[in-house]
Design a binder for this molecule. Structure first.
Ligand code: GTP
Ligand code: MG
Length: 700
């Protein structure tokens, strides 16, 4: 394997709507470059990229797969991502290591919902992006409409580099950067390079002018040249396009048929010559604020962007060399835990195939096996260089389920398997809730959940049950109450005695200190489950010895852990202990704990107790015309609409919705918007539940 320097490595991510042809395109590129001798297909389940059993079963990509090709002295690393937005986590990690993005558009449909959702994500990263309109061979392909839909989506400088044409029954592509026509045989592959036919010259020249103008706009020197000469040559055009792409201001559009291998070679040539490399991008800053230079003669810094467990190989860690170079057996420090890792072997991975290499330089992507202390998002670096790469920011989970093993004996196995699934896919988050006594799993949607279920069954042999999680309610009070409780027990020898008088009140931030009490001490406790308990010692004349006060408090806290109303955690209460009695012989800690607990429980129930429910903040993005349906549904879920923002033809609705009403929201949204809506949600606060809901819950 040839070693490539940073200028000759191009990392591109293939993204785009479901079934637009990303995997087929990647396969064709590998074939064209001679890296596979036969082209596999998604239907025949033999592409290099979609090699997992689940991808075969579903005939769709589920994971982002790193691949590579070599084309005319350049190495092109491709990451083929899934198009379904349930797997958006794979795109999040890919965006972290790719230098440019290839957005694949299906010429049959133009920009689709999936394209919009993914574009939203890509745009946030401002990565250089080119568009490829695929499937131009298809009888219902419509290049012009597809192009228009891209212009509408991007709203910035989209520019045609190519357009398709059929001449005498042969598929052709006219390229206005090269001012040539490529004519393909039925098998695709290497085209005939021809002059542009007379009837196309005018249109091609017009498009080239547009391309030149837009290319020139990105650089003052080019602008001057353009004014002087009235044109730019091919190299100057390339330079301008590259600058425009780097600024995320220019979006060139190409066309291909991935299935028939048409236009692939030309596109690889463009990636080689024009698409920015890692070294061209703006210098990244480390967490510590240091520049990370994509050069060889600097400390080595690797970023682990993906971890996979393969049955035969164990753990595979994928990394990008952010700076310096890495050789076999190099020792690097993990910035998270300071452990030293030996990077034994270095591989270039293509799906399940791997090639051993001696070293990899800045800007390249590779993999290593069996790291001991390293996970996704870790930085491995030359010891002492003090550089940590900013971690991948994964999208918030959109659905939450309680999960348990169907066979109770598999519980431990389930835990282990879920841990592994999480380290491969950090958008699967699993946490045991001691409060709900349930294992809670969060992920991106129902399809994502189905994938997790599939992996549990087929990879780990575990049958799992997914249920709606219980809701973590809270209890609080709405008015004050005063009680006393005397705990007295006489049983032969020494007895038990403790008496307390307390007043309890609802607590809120910034409330004034209690009046009418002689406050001698105050303890402010931030409860583990949120909210506070404020405990005032207002004992006068030593009627209760100070050493018993912690026991009273302990008794109160025990009740708060299992609230008097429904057994949920209680919060936001203040307690004034203002009187009581003790006995010289019979009083002890346990007596005061019991007295404190009883008094608190009674006072709580007299203080108009109320249940609080978790409220989520919800942001739903939908095409304008579907807003009505979405609003109606949100209102039926007891939501409060906070506002709406419009963005092109979309509206984003911000709302607060009780968690109890969020069940199956992703499925409902999908169905009422025909998949054109997307949403994100996160916990916001607790609020009082409506009286009728409270009655139901208390009954239960
Ligand atoms: N006619 C035609 N069909 C194509 C072309 N490219 C891909 N397809 C077909 O489109 C379907 C989807 O192709 P994939 O390569 O799996 O698409 P993808 O974008 O990787 O799909 P996901 O990974 O599921 O998002 C397959 O049936 C391909 O054969 C093309 O250029 N022309
Ligand atoms: Mg695919």
């Amino acid at each position: 394997m040839k070693i490539y320097d940073d200028k000759h490595i191009k990392n591109v991510a293939f993204v785009g709507a479901h079934k637009s042809g990303k995997t087929t395109f990647a396969e064709t590129m590998l074939f064209e470059a001679g890296l596979v001798s036969r082209r596999g297909s998604v239907e025949n389940k033999n592409t290099v990229s979609d090699y997992h059993a689940i991808e075969h079963e579903r005939e769709t990509s589920v994971f982002a797969t790193p691949l590579h090709t070599e084309w005319r002295n350049y190495k092109i690393n491709i990451i083929d991502t899934p198009g379904l937005d349930d797997y958006i986590g794979e795109i999040a990690s890919t965006m972290h290591v790719t230098d440019s993005v290839v957005m694949v558009i299906n010429a049959q449909y133009g920009v689709e919902v999936g394209t919009e959702i993914i574009w939203d994500y890509v745009d946030r990263f401002s990565r250089p992006t080119l568009f490829v309109i695929n499937q131009i061979d298809h009888p219902s392909a419509d290049f012009d409409e597809s192009y228009k839909s891209i212009v509408e989506l991007v709203g910035k400088n989209v520019v045609k580099v190519q357009y398709p044409l059929v001449v005498d029954g042969a598929q052709c592509i006219i390229d206005v950067l090269k001012m040539k026509m490529y004519k393909f045989g039925p098998q695709g592959g290497k085209p005939e390079k021809l002059e542009i036919p007379a009837n196309q010259i005018e249109q091609a020249a017009e498009l080239q002018n547009e391309l030149i103008e837009k290319a020139a706009e990105n650089d003052e020197n080019l602008m001057e040249l353009y004014f002087d000469k009235g044109t730019l040559n091919e190299d100057e055009m390339r330079e301008g396009i590259k600058k425009g792409m780097l600024n995320h201001e220019l979006f060139p559009v190409f066309c291909i048929s991935a299935l028939n291998d048409m236009g692939t070679g030309r596109l690889m040539g463009f990636i080689d010559n024009v698409a920015p490399s890692a070294a061209d991008l703006k210098t990244e800053q480390s967490v510590e604020g240091k520049p990370i230079e994509c050069k060889v003669n600097t400390p080595t810094v690797l970023f682990i962007f993906k971890t996979v467990f393969e049955p035969n190989l164990g753990q595979i860690s994928f990394f990008k060399v952010k700076s310096g170079e890495i050789k076999q057996n190099d020792k690097l420090e993990n910035s998270r835990n300071d452990e030293i890792e030996i990077v034994n072997q270095l591989y270039i991975m293509d799906g399940k195939n791997r090639d051993l290499v001696e070293k990899l330089s800045a800007g390249d992507i590779g993999a290593t096996l069996k790291l001991k202390f390293t996970e996704t998002n870790d930085t491995l670096r030359t010891k002492g260089c003090g550089i940590t790469i900013k971690p991948i920011d994964y999208p918030e989970a959109r659905i939450t389920k309680a999960v348990r093993a169907f066979d109770k004996n598999d519980d431990e196995k389930l835990n282990e398997a879920l841990k592994k699934i999480h380290s491969q896919d950090p958008t699967v988050v699993v946490k045991y809730s001691p409060e709900l006594k349930q294992l809670i799993l969060s992920c991106q949607g129902e399809l994502h959940l189905a994938t997790i279920d599939w992996v549990l069954q087929n990879t780990y042999g575990i049958k799992a049950v997914f249920e709606q999680p219980k809701i973590a309610y809270r209890e609080t009070i709405q008015r004050s109450a005063t009680t006393s409780y005397k705990h007295k027990k006489q049983s032969g020898g020494s007895g038990q005695f403790g008496e307390v008088h307390i007043k309890i009140e609802p607590w809120f931030e910034g409330m004034p200190e209690p009046e009418g009490f002689n406050v001698r001490g105050k303890e402010e406790i931030s409860l583990d489950w949120g909210g506070k308990l404020i405990f005032y010692n207002c004992i006068v004349g030593g009627v209760i010895d100070a050493r018993y006060l912690p026991s009273v408090l302990k008794g109160i806290l025990e009740v708060m852990e299992e609230g008097p109303l429904t057994g949920s955690y209680a919060r936001d209460v203040r307690v004034m202990l203002f009187d009581g009695k003790m006995h010289a012989v019979d009083s002890n800690d346990i007596s005061f704990k019991i007295a404190g607990a009883h008094a608190f429980k009674e006072a709580f129930l007299n203080a108009k107790p109320k249940l609080l429910e978790p409220i989520n903040e919800l942001s739903v993005k939908v095409p304008e015309e579907l807003m009505g349906n979405v609003m109606t549904d949100l209102q039926s879920r007891r939501s409060i609409i906070l506002g709406m923002d419009s963005e092109g033809k979309y509206q984003t609705i911000r709302a607060k919705t009780p968690l109890a009403e969020m069940y199956k929201y992703s499925t409902t949204l999908r169905s009422i918007t025909q998949g054109r809506g997307s949403f994100s949600t996160k916990f916001s606060n607790f609020e009082l539940v409506p009286t009728n809901v409270q009655e139901e819950l208390v009954k239960k």
